[in-house]
Design a protein around this ligand. Structure first.
Ligand SMILES: Cc1cc2nc3c(=O)[nH]c(=O)nc-3n(C[C@H](O)[C@H](O)[C@H](O)COP(=O)(O)O)c2cc1C
Length: 132
């Protein structure tokens, strides 16, 4: 089982509504390819974890990297894991009108099974988003 986590910056003019379109296609492809994970999105940043067979994770990531809806894609972690740490494909998003603490709780639950290093990565990201 392979796991890849990256962050990126939303393209200018991208709105949270546009995330709906990304999710629709992602859910369809990820079910087909046996991928699970999570996508966190707010008005400026994405944080995504993808898990599955290495070839499928890398095929999806190759498409994702080329996607003009975001830029500055930076891999935070890529490694083999014994079992899925994110059991389902889920999405957490935050933006104007969204309750930041509730969102942090949700991401915390999604990352609950993750290794300490990955959990720390998510917590650090969310801390920074909360402070922003
Ligand atoms: C932040 C972000 C996350 C994405 N996540 C996924 C994903 O998990 N799975 C996926 O197949 N496509 C994802 N995409 C979309 C891909 O970049 C690409 O548009 C899509 O895979 C093309 O699918 P299609 O060939 O079936 O149209 C994501 C795009 C962005 C901008």
């Amino acid at each position: 089982m392979y796991q890849l986590v990256y962050v990126s910056t939303a393209a200018r003019g991208q709105s949270l509504e546009d995330v709906g379109a990304i999710l629709k296609v992602s859910r369809r492809n990820n079910v087909r390819d046996g991928l699970t994970g999570m996508l966190y999105a707010d008005d400026r940043r994405f944080l995504q974890a993808l898990e599955g067979e290495e070839a499928h994770v890398m095929a999806a990531f190759t498409r994702i990297q080329k996607d003009p809806r975001h830029r500055a894609v930076v891999v935070l972690s890529r490694r083999t894991v014994a079992a899925r740490e994110f059991g389902a494909w889920e999405m957490a998003h935050a933006g104007p009108g969204h309750d930041a603490d509730g969102m942090v709780d949700k991401v915390g639950r999604l990352a609950a099974g993750a290794s300490p290093a990955i959990k720390a990565t998510f917590e650090g990201f969310l801390e920074a988003r909360r402070a922003a």
